[in-house]
Structure formats: C-alpha cells, structure tokens
Design a protein around this ligand. Sequence first.
Ligand code: C5P
Length: 403
Amino acid sequence: MIITGSIAAFKALDVIRGLRKAGVDVVPVLTKGGEMFVTPLTVSVLSGSKTYTDFSSLEEGYGMGHIELSRGADLVVVCPAGAEAIGRVACGRADDLAGALMLARCCPLLMFPAMNPEMWKNPAVVEHVSRLRSWDVEVRDPASGETACGEEGAGRLEEPLDIVEVILERLGLGDEGGIDLHGYHFLITAGPTRERLDSVRVLTNMSTGLQGYELARQARRWGARVTLVSGPVDSGLRGLVGEGVHVVEVESACEMAKACEEALPCDVAIGCAAVGDWYVPGVTKSALKRPKGEGFGNFSFASTPDVIGSIGLLEEGRPDLVVGFAAETDEGEQKAREKMKRKGCDWMVLNDPREGMGGAFNQVTLLKGEEEESWERMSKEEVALRLMKALSSALVGLRRGRV
Ligand code: C5P
C-alpha cells in the first residue's frame, strides 16, 4: 500500500488497521510527500511490517527490490493518491520507489484520490485520471464535501471504512460476495415525473427518488458507468451519488423517455421512476381560471410513453438486462408478472407503495423471470446493494457465454 503526500494521509492509518483486522498483510510504501504527514515508525507499528520509503530502504542484496516488492502483492493500493502520484504513474515516471513499483507491478492498481477540489478539476489531473482508467487502473472518485483546506467540492478521501470494504472486495474477501460492475453502463430512472396542466399547475406523485438514487450510488460504487435520468427530486439527493454518476435532470415523462433514448446503449436498464400515466399535449402557456362549480377542469389527457417498456422491447441494441419496478397494493405478483411480460423486462422488483413510496425502507420481492426471491424489510440502500449483487452475478453468467 502506497501512502503519498496529502493531509488525508493520516486516514491511511485507519485503513491499515482495518485491513490488518481483516487478516490482510499490508506492506507500506511511504513517499517523500507522505512522510511530511505521517512517520515511517507509526506506519510500521500499525502495519506490523517494515515501511519502505525509497530505493535505499530496500534490503541489501535485494538487487531488483522494486520488482520483488511488487511481485508479492495481490493488489497495489495508493491511499491517499495525491495529484502528483496520479500524474507520476500516468506519465510512466519511475524516479522514486512508489513510481517504479506502480509500473513494475503485474497485479491491479487501485487509487483513492485526495486533493483540493480545484486540483481534482484541473485539466491535467482530469486527463491523467482518464488515461489511467483507459488502462484499466481503478481510480476511485473522491468523496464530496468540505476538504481540509476549507473548500467545498469533490476531493475528499473516501472514509477509511469504505476504503477497507472496497479493498477487501477487490481481493475477493468482501461481504458482498464479489460484486464487480466494471465495464458496464447502467441506465437508471428515478423519482417522480411532473406533468404540466397549465403554466402553474402540475400532476405528479409521492415518489422521492431515494430508491433510484441509492441504486445509482451502488452501481457506481461497484465500478459501473452510470447514467441517472431523474425527475424532480429534493436537491439534497444529488450529493448522495457524487460526481461519478452522470445525472440528467428531466421534468416530464416525455422528457424522461427522450433522455433515456439518448443515453442508450447501455448494458443494464433499471426503471425505478414513478412515471406519470397521463399528460396534457399542447399544454396552455397561461394559468387556467378555476372552473365554476365542482369540476376538475376540461383537460384532454394522453398516455405518456412507457420508458422502460420501450427499452425492454427494443429489437436492436437491447440491454443485457432490463429491470422494472412494480408498485402494487394487491394481487401484486400476478400484476407484476403481467407487467414484466408486457414491458419486455427480464426482472421486476415488486413492492408495496404503502411501504416503499416516500419512506427510507422497502419490502420487495424480486421476480427474476420464473424465479422469485422475497426479501425482508430493509433500507433502500440495502435493497440497492442486494440488487447490484444479483445483477453482478447475472451479468457474469451472461458474458461468460460470449465469444
Ligand atoms: O405500469 P407501471 O407504472 O406500474 O410500471 C412500473 C414500471 O414501469 C416501473 O419500472 C416504471 O419506472 C416503468 N414505467 C415507465 N414508463 C411509464 C410507466 C411506467 O418506464 N410510462
């Protein structure tokens, strides 16, 4: 594990502890920059291993030390990875031990960036990160929030517990049983839609978007490229998914259908949005007067496009897996199965809107074609995680058969 120069280097100590607790051997390499924030002694005590600092710290007679050191590893982790470390490996520089090790390795490289938000956005860093990702180096998105320098934005090191979890996962030791969504594009719809009745009135529903945003967060967390087409939701949800998720904000069902069409192709499409059923074509630009008497007004409604249905029934370029959500209050399974067929979905997540819509918990039954799994009541975050786990195993099965 390489610790480079960043104020967040102190968090690497908790990561080392967490990994050791999980039984992982940690061989630390501390760069000159890293040494400005934590000492080799602290790192050695916590890791129970010698801390390597530069070429001269390699044992005598260990002629090709950087090669030997990298050969013993199942994974090279850079935590925190400052802009300098990212640039160093993106430019193939081997003028220090950490740089040489990253180039000499024959195992995956996993980097957890930490830097000032302006640095993370700088075109040089953006280019280095995208170059590394194109070489299959896993560069995580940093967390968002207030950074050590007091500025807001993306650049914070992820939390040590999350980092430990990701590392264990990549080593095949995670609780999540090997979720890996790298290389897949997920298209997810979320939230309600809002259909205008006139210039001021709208028709909408109680969906908050939380379940869809949790799905997007989990898909991204396990490596997928994610496009989230979101209806109008509370702005606080935006922070849940971070910079790594491409969010397309829409208002109406027609806009949602168009945004999804533009986001194709994808490998997995999940329709989690509560899409309105009707809209008023050619809606008036003025505010209508309240109708006299009891009536609702004289609107002429048309059916909205079926967003997930038009993806599920695609004849060309259909995603590998299309998943719908069915909110049913009674005879749920029968109705959900019928919906799955009509919309060309492979899977349907059946839930009771009295439980799921608007709250933080959900109780779902996952219909996977003929199979079915009923899950206990759990948080929407857990539902999302369990669904990603199921999708990850299903995708492996699908891809294995390809030549
Ligand atoms: O027919 P119903 O609205 O119950 O179907 C639910 C599923 O279909 C959800 O996955 C929802 O996102 C999707 N849907 C859609 N476009 C519509 C209506 C529903 O994508 N117009």
